[in-house]
Design a protein around this ligand. Structure first.
Ligand code: HEM
Length: 536
């Protein structure tokens, strides 16, 4: 129990309230000493200097001085909520993960929605990607689905993540996000990395200014490998489908909301939950065969700049998530939560997508400094709801009192406890790995325009007009003619009409249209689909 003394087992744990909950009747110091007066410091006479002896003053000020922890290097601004995920059970045919495989099983979740580039105090309704990170506290351990509201990403290799973020973050001299120079660096990066073209199309679309977190789709982006109880595997993409449908703001609304209510999205989420209008999303899977070339209908499933169109592989719904409780304490929950792509449960495995592989390193690494050492899994919001005996020891901010002398394996002193065995455990899928060590991408990664064009053609005329306006506005803030010209050339490879309309808006020369050979219709657009996998 919270007040029980772990060193003196005889002391009853339930003797009183947990002092850490700050719910007592008397103001005390952190040491439990009752405080006589917290409004005046101890001085040498009413007009005298402060005395070092004032332990309460020093403790109060020192603790305050250290109240802040570093904000996330990306996704610093977020809003969270608690909820429940209920499985339909139809995913049993593709995964052994119990929280998905068993019909009607309920699993606690915590979700954090975020913007990517702004700092903790920035406005909600900016044009940006939104994070959509879900922590499933399953009986088999924690599974995190650390996704976004776009199904693709800017880059194909995680080694480029610092580059894209440095190009997009506020400019280093003035730290003004909307400074012309910041537009120059962002568009300079995008125009030099044609692999970003598809994601940039999403970023300039209405998807980048959601009406509400409740009306956003979510995507796991990468292809995952699922394994069923019989050992069969499939390649899968995760989707969240909002029950309220997908809705966006228009740019003018987003601008006004930034001024009138910078907390527009977090307020909407919290208010809806308070009012009992609990937001819901269905979890869906696109299931594709686990073939040696890891492609589907000519689409490379390891390329995070590519989607698999739902026409080719339908999204099959496998469960529903309901968010029904707001956090009690923003810091303890929304700020201290630590998501990680590598928090997996058996039946859900990573693939060799080079962006995903790099993320496997980055999240734990950043959390070691953001959350001050290696023991942040002990923080209440991060604790698994499954039993833990990890044999990890000590470290900064250790709060557990480990008993026993044995913390090594194998051991003959404690009956070789705790046991490690494949039974019920996370066991790697024995996929083949071979190849020369090279810094190279697969050839298929060099198709940068087919799906950007597919996206453009999927938009309604109104959505296309918004896309043109967004490119015109954003590139209009860009001071460098060279960068703007390079972007127009890039847009011309997506669609002539798009490039021409943006050029007119910018008062620039419309670039030459592409040679027909440059934009090949994707096999995915021209072929009859092969049979996707099914859940049942
Ligand atoms: C944070 C998604 C790519 C590094 C986040 C968060 C989300 C997210 C949703 C916020 C988590 C939260 O709410 O606490 C994604 C997606 C990606 C992607 C969907 C691509 C598909 C990357 C890459 C890297 C990276 C390539 C680095 C190589 C980070 C870091 C954080 C973060 C360092 C801060 C984590 C923390 O402080 O706890 N990402 N990300 N991300 N991401 Fe990513």
């Amino acid at each position: 129990g919270p007040t029980g003394c772990p060193f003196r087992p005889g002391v009853d744990a339930d003797d009183g309230p947990d002092p850490r909950a700050q719910a007592g009747d008397r103001l005390t110091t952190a040491q439990g000493l009752r405080v006589d007066d917290t409004d005046h410091s101890l001085k040498a006479g009413p007009r005298g200097p402060l005395l070092m002896e004032d332990h309460h003053f020093r403790e109060k000020i020192t603790h305050f001085d250290h109240e802040r922890i570093p904000e996330r290097v990306v996704h610093a601004r977020g809003a969270g909520a608690h909820g429940t995920f209920r499985s339909y059970g139809n995913a049993a045919s593709v995964t052994r993960a119990a929280f998905l495989a068993e019909a009607d099983r309920e699993t606690d979740v915590f979700v954090r929605f975020s913007t990517v580039l702004g700092s903790r105090g920035s406005a909600d309704t900016v044009r940006d990607v939104r994070g959509f990170a879900t922590k499933f506290y399953t009986d088999e351990g924690v599974f995190d689905l650390v996704g976004n509201n776009f199904p693709v990403f800017f880059i194909q290799d995680a080694v480029k993540f610092p580059d894209i973020i440095h190009a997009g973050k506020p400019h280093p001299d003035r730290e003004i996000p909307q400074a012309q120079s910041a537009h120059d660096t962002f568009w300079d990066f995008i125009s030099l990395h044609t692999e970003s073209t598809h994601m940039a199309m999403w970023a300039m679309s209405d998807r980048a200014i959601p009406r509400s977190y409740r009306t956003m789709e979510g995507f796991g982006v990468h292809t995952f490998r699922l394994q069923a109880a019989d050992g069969t595997t499939s390649l899968v993409k995760f989707h969240w489908k909002p029950v309220l449908g997908v809705h966006s703001l228009v740019w003018e609304e987003a601008q006004i909301a930034q001024g009138a209510d910078p907390d527009f999205h977090r307020r909407d989420l919290a208010d809806a939950i308070d009012a009992g209008a609990f937001p819901q999303w269905e979890l869906g899977l696109q299931v594709m065969p686990d073939t040696p070339d890891e492609t589907f209908e000519g689409i490379d499933l390891l390329d995070p700049t590519k989607i698999v169109p739902e026409e080719l592989c339908p999204v099959q719904r496998v469960g529903i998530m309901t968010l029904h409780a707001n956090p009690t304490n923003y810091f303890a929950e929304t700020e201290q939560v630590a998501f990680h792509v590598d928090h997996l449960v058996r039946g859900i495995h990573v693939t060799n997508d080079p962006l995903m592989q790099g993320r496997l390193f980055s999240y734990l690494d950043t959390q070691l400094s953001r959350l001050g050492g290696p023991n942040f899994a002990q923080l209440p919001i991060n604790r698994p709801h499954a039993p833990v005996d990890d044999m990890l020891r000590d470290g900064m901010h250790q709060t557990a009192v480990h008993s026993g002398v044995v913390a090594y394996k194998p051991n003959a002193i404690d009956g070789d406890r705790p046991t490690a065995s494949p039974d019920g455990a996370f066991v790697a899928v024995p996929t083949r790995v071979e190849g020369a060590k090279v810094k190279e991408n697969p050839v298929s990664f060099s198709d940068h325009f087919t799906q950007a064009r597919l996206f453009w053609l999927s938009l309604s005329p109104v959505e296309q007009a918004h896309e043109v306006e967004a490119y015109t506005f954003e590139l209009g803030k860009c001071a460098s003619d060279e960068v703007r010209a390079r972007m127009l050339a890039s847009l011309a490879r997506v669609d002539d009409d798009l490039a021409r309309r943006v050029a007119v808006g910018l008062g620039m020369q419309a670039p030459e249209g592409p040679e027909p050979a440059e934009v090949q219709p994707s096999p995915a657009l021209s072929q009859k689909p092969s049979e996707p996998g099914r859940v049942d």
